[in-house]
Design a binder for this molecule. Structure first.
Ligand code: FAD
Length: 512
């Protein structure tokens, strides 16, 4: 042992979000004899570890869990805690904290509300759980050519516990879907039509909704694996290599301040799309594409009051806990012709609260969100400083990010489209749609992108192994090479499945 850590393991995983958890789960299933150590810089805030904080029924306890997830200076009730972005101000969503500095360079658009979560379970302890499949240009062509992409996405569904029926009893969900379908479905293939959003949520026998977090991804297979250990409050500061090959990690125990080296045959870094390239940079692993092709989804929002709304009898006296049940979540899939991903939800469950003080009947207001796919550029990137550091003492970040003319054209189209969709459902609450500050989607991608060859435009192979660093695998939205508009977690969990299978196969072929 070294401190509270083992001196060596087969696999070290950095980050306990859903993609790190996917590696742990697949390895537990396919290589049960392998020793695995997972390191997470944040604290454990829910039970089982990694569980979604929405499953915590006591609102004070839930707020505490959110506050403890908010980074190196997290404080319960402090300045940085929570709030929902309603204007162009920099405000973080509960459970997240913003990039303090370097989020915008003069003359560029930047990512003013680029955010992180630091807790066991990562952002998936706070997420909405929308798990749509990528479509058309969002798909990863070389994985489709190999015929593996859909099977990996199926595995992602299994690990995340994705269902489409949790809101089937919602009184207004089918009305919303029917009205959207009437104006949108013409000419679309069946899988592209307006439909229920696949969600990482299930309903317990007593009727209560349980949102999936990393706890569900890990599952009993990981929790009951005697060779798996999760270490919270453990900051990985460096990936160690020996003759180019991954050889372990340096980790600082935040409880004692002591640093340790844990040797490992394989290292997985799944530390989010900004901190994964940061850790590689800090470790001197700096492929040309590292941090580049960064892309976020510009998010347009609009709210309407459902036309001819008839409250369902069971809505009388319903408390806030039940509010998200009324209109469910509806999905308008991305297509190459309409390059936006639509998420339509009752506002109480939506990422945006536009009608906080509206006396309207519960469930009568729905929020529409259209996420736009970015025009990819190598120059959109996160850079790391040689000397300045962030709140964790790792290389400080500077984001270079600019919307192109094509991006502006897509955003303008999305604004027109969202009004059309909104008016199909009901009466608009505002004259015009609102564009959230860049970074609000929380879907940062591309910074450690996957490719078929080491040609300077990608960081990892189709198995998520870093070019030129055998034994080092990555997880997270940063690995996604396409500009998706849809919520990316299902896709990044699917890609993590392939990486974990490769490690399991390598362990089997070269047991130590
Ligand atoms: P994360 O979940 O970010 O986990 C990374 C972990 O690594 C963190 O816990 C972090 O603390 C840890 N870490 C970082 N650096 C280090 C280090 N050096 N040492 C040790 N640990 C480290 N996505 C969807 O697909 N659908 C949605 O509906 C959706 N809704 C969202 C709503 C909200 C409010 C939020 C906050 C996010 C939402 N997302 C959604 C995004 C989704 O949560 C992320 O895509 C997903 O969690 C990414 O998983 P990950 O494992 O790659 O990274």
């Amino acid at each position: 042992m070294t401190g509270r850590y083992p001196a060596d393991v087969d696999v070290a995983i950095v980050g306990s979000g859903p993609t790190g958890a996917a590696y742990a789960r697949i390895l537990s299933e396919r290589a049960p004899g392998a020793t695995i150590a997972m390191f997470e810089v944040g604290p454990t805030v829910s039970d089982p570890p990694g569980a979604h904080v929405k499953n915590i029924s006591d609102p004070d306890e839930r707020a505490k869990a959110q506050a403890r997830s908010e980074g190196p200076f997290a404080s319960e009730g402090g300045e940085r805690v929570g709030g929902i972005v309603k204007t162009a101000q920099r405000r973080a969503r509960p459970g997240t904290f913003l990039l303090e500095q370097g989020y915008q360079v003069e003359g560029e658009d930047g990512l003013p509300v680029a955010a992180f979560s630091s807790n066991v379970g990562g952002m998936a302890a706070h997420w909405t759980g929308a798990c749509p499949r990528p479509n058309d240009g969002e798909r990863i062509g070389f994985l489709d050519e190999r015929g593996v992409f859909d099977e990996l996405l199926d595995e992602g569904d299994r690990l995340l516990g994705v269902t489409s029926t949790a809101f089937d009893s919602s009184p207004h969900a089918s009305l919303v879907r029917e009205r959207l379908a009437a104006v949108e479905d013409d000419g679309r293939e069946p899988h592209e039509r307006v439909q229920r959003m696949p969600l990482a949520v299930h309903r317990r026998d007593d009727g209560r909704l349980v949102w999936s977090g990393s706890d569900v991804v890990m599952g009993d297979a990981t929790r009951e694996n005697p060779n798996f250990r999760l270490f919270d409050e453990s900051l990985v500061t460096r990936v160690l290599r020996s003759e180019g090959r991954a050889a372990g990690v340096s980790v600082t125990d935040l409880r004692t301040g002591e640093s340790h080296e844990v040797r490992a045959r394989f290292v997985v870094v799944a530390a989010d799309a900004l901190r994964t390239p940061q850790l590689l940079w800090a470790s001197g692993i700096r492929p040309e594409a590292l941090g580049r092709y960064l892309n976020d989804q510009a998010q347009i929002v609009f709210a309407v009051r459902i036309r001819d709304f008839v409250p369902a009898p069971e809505e009388e006296g319903a408390g806030p806990a039940g509010l998200s049940e009324y209109s469910g979540v509806t999905w308008v899939p991305f297509t190459d012709d309409l390059p936006f991903h639509g998420q339509v939800m009752q506002l109480d469950a939506s990422p945006v609260k536009l009608a906080e003080d509206d006396p309207a009947a519960p469930g009568s207001i729905v929020g529409l969100g259209l996420f736009c796919a970015k025009d990819l550029q190598a120059s959109d990137r996160v850079e790391f400083s040689e000397d300045a550091v962030d709140g964790y003492g790792l290389p400080a970040m500077t984001v270079h990010y600019t919307l192109t003319d094509r991006d502006h054209a897509v955003i303008d189209r999305a604004k027109t489209e969202i009004v059309r969709l909104g008016k199909a459902i009901g009466e608009p609450l505002d004259d015009r749609p609102f564009m959230m500050p860049l970074g609000a989607s929380l879907h940062y991608q591309g910074s450690t992108r996957m490719g078929v060859q080491d040609d300077g435009t990608s960081v990892v192979s189709p198995d998520s192994e870093v070019w030129g660093a055998p034994g080092l695998f990555l997880g997270g939205n940063g690995v996604i090479p396409t500009a998706t508009a849809c919520n990316p977690t299902l896709t990044s969990v699917a890609l993590a499945v392939a990486g974990a299978r490769r490690i399991a196969a390598d362990l089997a072929s070269s047991p130590e």
